[in-house]
Design a protein around this ligand. Structure first.
Ligand code: ASP
Ligand code: MG
Length: 405
């Protein structure tokens, strides 16, 4: 008998039939004698719909009221899942985040979990019940309902797995697991049987939106091993865990493409100490997430700074730079949105050389121009023309022999 925490995402509980399907899967596990705690998301689309409804009645809804509203999405699915289980003879009980003892800090819409009082759940598990917990929500010290940021049901599951010392944590979703590349783009992409937390984090933050990044960070911090797998079949998925030595034998684990970035070029900036500081201070004061940064060698007293930001933040970035450039006495801003960021990720890069050369050569052979480059210990990212991004992903995938087992 094992203690298992499962999480079913929005598509897995998207309608009545799917909720019944989830209930049957839970029953099959329960029939094997396992203790089960099941976290569910709102039906897919519901959270977005609720946000739209909030905006329709008030342009700037208070975050407290938003949390009050958004928490209802998960409250619907926990009750229905518990009922579906009862309907097939399984003793199950639904819990809101507060009832499950999930205490958060006070920051509405992006709260962090502080502690979990696992006693109420433990008690029901002892009584043989399946406990269904609302994902994405908690309660703060003032007794207010909070939510954990978009995609936060993953965090609920990982945090409960840690607090309950679960033997297993399974994240059920609508994909089979984590792939070497987006299988819709790269036909030869393979599902990875396992991946390290750090690789998963890089891939998650790069737009392979399998899981909420914060929840992977949490899992890493508390050493929660979890499996990402599909709720629509019985296939094993991808195990996400701490890096082990043999993982470094593979140089590149995956290729990710992010088409939601824009390139910002700030030219004719006075080439003197403090210019870059002022530019990036202004961006950071506006809470803009700057990624790749390149500065060319200054000529005739001026330099060019190029960097990437999320496309949704370009307008704000430009606005926040205008006063700075005026203050510096010069400089122009240009934005280029038709770009893509391609990254190759792998812990094997720590011990293998020539990864950059292989990538650049493969792209050169395909005639794809590289506009920006940045590297970290386990990642190389480049900016290229968005029109060639899919082709570049296939080229990189082949260059690192990811199509071969
Ligand atoms: N329902 C929430 C959202 O859509 C939480 C989740 O699905 O994990 O972001
Ligand atoms: Mg989700």
């Amino acid at each position: 008998m094992a203690r298992i925490v499962q999480k079913y995402g929005g598509t897995s509980v998207g309608d009545t039939d799917r909720i019944k399907n989830v209930a049957r899967r839970i029953k099959a596990m329960r029939d094997q004698g396992h203790e089960l705690v099941v976290v569910v998301s709102a039906r897919s689309g519901v959270t977005n719909e609720l946000i739209a409804r909030a905006k329709a009645v008030c342009e700037f809804p208070s975050e407290r009221e938003l949390d009050m509203l958004l928490a209802t999405g998960e409250q619907e699915t926990i009750a229905l899942t518990a009922m579906a289980l009862n309907g097939i003879g399984v003793d199950a009980v639904s819990y809101t985040g507060a009832q499950a003892g999930i205490f958060t800090d006070k920051f509405h819409t992006k709260a962090k979990i502080k502690t979990i009082n696992a006693k109420p759940i433990e008690k029901d598990l002892k009584l043989g019940k399946v406990v269904i917990v609302a994902g994405f929500q908690g309660i703060n010290d003032d007794g207010q309902i909070t939510t954990l940021g978009r995609g936060g049901s993953d965090l609920t599951a990982i945090a409960l797995a840690a607090a309950l010392h679960a033997d297993k944590c399974e994240i059920y979703t609508d994909v089979d697991g984590v792939y070497t590349a987006d299988p819709r783009v790269v036909k030869t992409a393979r599902m990875l049987p396992e991946i390290s937390y750090d690789e998963m984090l890089e891939l998650a933050s790069l737009g392979s939106k399998v899981m909420q990044t914060r929840s992977v960070e949490f899992a890493k911090k508390y050493g929660v091993i979890f499996e990402v797998r599909s709720s629509f079949n019985q296939n094993p998925g991808t195990i996400v865990k701490e890096e082990v030595a043999y993982m470094e034998k593979v140089v590149v684990r995956g290729v990710a493409v992010d088409k939601d970035q824009a390139k910002v070029i700030v030219s004719n900036v006075p080439d003197k100490p403090g210019s870059a500081a002022k530019v990036f201070r202004a961006l950071s004061d506006s809470n803009i997430n700057v990624d790749m940064i390149v500065q060319n060698v200054g000529q005739q007293g001026v330099a060019t700074l190029t960097f990437t930001v999320p496309q949704t933040e370009t307008a704000r970035a430009v606005r926040s730079l205008e006063p700075v450039l005026a203050g510096l006495g010069g400089g122009q801003v240009a934005v280029h949105e038709q770009i893509a960021k391609l990254s190759v990720v792998g812990v094997g890069m720590k011990t293998h050389s020539g990864v950059a050369a292989t990538l650049f050569q493969a792209l050169a052979d395909a005639g794809i121009n590289i506009e920006l480059i940045s590297t970290s210990e386990i990642k190389i990212s480049i900016v290229i023309d968005q029109a060639r991004a899919d082709e570049a992903a296939r080229v990189a995938h082949t260059a690192f022999q990811l199509d071969k087992v």
